[in-house]
Design a protein around this ligand. Sequence first.
Ligand code: PCA
Length: 217
Amino acid sequence: MPASVVHLSRGSTSKVLLVAFDPFGGKILNSSWLAIQALHGKQIARHRIIAAQLPTAFKTSLQILRKLIAEHNPALIIGVGQADMRSPISLERVAINIIDARIPDNQGVQPVDEEVISGGPVGYFSTLPIKAIRTALNKADVPVEISQTAGSFVCNYVFYGLMHELSTRKLLRRTRGGFIHVPLLPQQSAIRAAPAMPLEQIVKGLRLAIQTTLKLP
Ligand code: PCA
């Protein structure tokens, strides 16, 4: 059997891995996790969606992400996180090699001015087609923006760690990846007068982002 047939028969290229986070900073919900859970098991452009939760914690989050990548060998990996003060869906352009935690993570760790990967490049660009995704969301009336920073907390840490894996591991050369921040849900923002977006709209935006990416070579 030719190698390509073996590859396809394993179905290893037909998955999309979505990872999001548990609640952090004293909150009881995380909109990113609720949104990707709604997509778990669904088929989009002939790919099966796998949604997994990461702890909002440095170290453990990346360890789990690496295991998930090895287990599923996905064609596309998107990290999704909650951004408390943003009203549109934010398509992150770049991950940076810094951790500067404003609050402790869920394991009480608060690194300041540390590198994500010691000696790694300053940054990695998302390999999602962010402009095409923006166009698709605009057409569907889902508020969207391109963001130049994923912050310096656990989301940027996971985003950078993901892009580092994709660019340094031979087997993942063709795997695309990126990060999307989503707003709070209305029930979360009411207390804090922060911007919000209904869950269905966040899910619609993520679905379109996945679809758009898979349709482009
Ligand atoms: N948002 C945080 C970490 C987990 C999450 O959902 C962040 O933006 O870093």
